[in-house]
Design a protein around this ligand. Structure first.
Ligand code: IPD
Length: 272
């Protein structure tokens, strides 16, 4: 059909504005209903209500589109096909949201033939809207953005997260990577608890690189097009082609990605 990327983008931006008041109201409220998806992995009634509203709005407007959503994915099976598919994380950074730590965001991507063609990340507390369309550049609140130009680890700030793996081998693996990077005299490391917002921060150059094992397509889809449209790269941690369903990612400005990739270990038992 002949709907432009720009029109899809506008629909996604509009829906983030529609859910914003509910997210902010519940963020400030003392009452919250929390469920555990895993030992340390949370979901709230806000995540569910926001996802429901986004799905309903976008599929009513574009009935031919499919959904890959964090809270509507069953049994860990993504079922991601070539059809036009909205990839939705209603609140990326749910732990932050629950603890009233102000970094979390709504992430909406549209993929076609499994390529992301539209991406929006909206952070309600900072009032930041990041947008990108394939071939159309990346923007923060309407201003064109680009990844950083830092070309050495001593001047680089790297972000990652501790995720949900609390196994001995998982912890050793995470600490091994941190140790390797710190031993390169990296300027600093950040763990903000929201992969999508950290990747959005890579796209506008305030973080030079991000990596994580354990992420899902909804954490990285929208942010990945922000980064590539801002001149950065989104790859597998081995610095080869990324597989968005492989639960691992490395991204940033190309030079820092190349340097960080050399420091990252292979995770024992992790699917390739
Ligand atoms: C999570 C956050 C967190 C990251 C996890 C994600 P959620 O998303 O991005 O920073 O460490 O891997 O699953 O569950 O808050 O939407």
């Amino acid at each position: 059909n002949n709907i432009s990327y720009q029109e899809f983008l506008q629909a996604a931006v509009d829906v983030t504005q529609e859910v914003s008041p509910l997210i902010l109201k519940n963020y400030h409220s003392r009452e919250r209903k929390i469920e555990y998806k895993g030992a340390v992995d949370l979901v709230t009634d806000t995540d569910k209500a926001v996802e429901e509203h986004i799905i309903k709005t976008l599929t009513t407007k574009y009935p031919f589109t499919k959904i890959l959503g964090e809270e509507s994915t069953k049994d860990g099976i993504y079922g991601w096909t070539d059809e036009p598919t909205w990839i939705i994380d209603p609140i990326d950074g749910t732990t932050n949201f629950v603890h009233r730590f102000p970094l979390f965001c709504v992430s909406i991507a549209l993929a076609y033939k499994k390529e992301v063609v539209v991406g929006v990340i909206y952070c309600p507390t900072l009032n930041e809207t990041f947008t990108a369309t394939l071939g159309g550049g990346a923007y923060l609140n309407g201003e064109k953005i680009s990844v950083s130009q830092v070309d050495n680890l001593q001047h680089a700030v790297i972000a990652t997260n501790v995720g949900y793996d609390r196994s001995k081998s998982g912890i050793d693996f995470m600490l091994g990577n941190l140790s390797n990077i710190l031993n390169q005299n990296v300027q600093s490391i950040r763990f903000s608890g929201t992969a999508a917002w950290e990747m959005a921060s890579v796209s506008c150059g305030r973080i030079d690189c991000f990596y994580e094992w354990g992420i899902h397509p909804w954490d990285i889809a929208a942010a990945s097009i922000l980064i590539t449209e801002a001149g950065g790269v989104v790859v597998d941690p081995t610095n080869t082609k990324v597989n968005m369903e492989s639960r691992k990612v490395l991204c940033g400005n190309p030079k820092i990605v190349e340097l960080v990739s050399k420091q990252l270990l292979e995770k024992p038992g992790h699917p390739k």
